[in-house]
Design a protein around this ligand. Sequence first.
Ligand SMILES: CNC(=O)c1c(C)[nH]c(/C=C2\C(=O)Nc3ccc(Cl)cc32)c1C
Length: 278
Amino acid sequence: KIGGLEDYEAINIIGTGSFGTCYKVRKKSNGYVYVWKAVGYGGMSEEKKQLLVSEVNLLSELRHPNIVQYYDHIIHKETATLYIVMEWCQGGDLSSLINKCKKSGSYLDEGFVWKVLYQMCRALQACHWQLSKTTVLHRDIKPANVFLDEAGNVKLGDFGLARTLHEDASYAQTIVGTPYYMSPEVIKGGKYNKKSDIWSLGCLIYELCSLVPPFAGTNIKQLAMKIKEGKYPRIPAHYSDDLQKIISLLLIVDHNLRPTIEVILHHPTVVSHIAQET
Ligand SMILES: CNC(=O)c1c(C)[nH]c(/C=C2\C(=O)Nc3ccc(Cl)cc32)c1C
């Protein structure tokens, strides 16, 4: 047996994501802590199950310091549950960090924001290239899906499964939350593409500074209108014009004019601020 549920002991639930429940677990053989993402596949059609397995296999091929590491998966037929074993990130998710700042009335250091920007660009670069041979599985870029390990490295969370499950009507009711990070081109019915990830990254970095997303609305129509207009308040005054400038590049409405990951990573302003960090 390559490894079954009995090889782990569940410690506690750490979150119920949009497509499954995350548990903190310990592997009995080495005492190491991991995360289980439990995804129920009961009631799924055969081809959906096949798609799910092929996406888990894609996950298993990705290896990058800024992407949460996939280790294993266990299919538990008795309960029709797929358990995906992934890396434990002691620092938790950015959504919790933003909420902590809101509660304490504090802001995140500019240096931390530049670090997140740089390491997320590296994560997306890996996704776009390591997966480019297949349909690019878009990563669900949002604060709740970006994690920090105990060394403060930034890790992009899981993905792809969202695509399979999104299309599966039976999960429709679990698609929760407002699409604050949806890009203008996707709103206009365009295909999700690599430039859409850049837009979402811009929203994420903006929210790390302002503690609120760049575009908000009381309803989806108003939100969509604001996104297409592309106007948003400057980040708080104590953050530099350099940071504001890079965010404004990421949030260019016309995706043809929006920079690629490479342009951002080689942008002199980014290079100079990252050099200060490392
Ligand atoms: C407040 N947040 C936490 O306590 C927290 C911690 C310490 N870890 C996590 C989540 C994950 C974690 O630690 N590793 C993960 C791998 C994949 C996914 Cl989808 C999630 C995680 C969370 C939500």
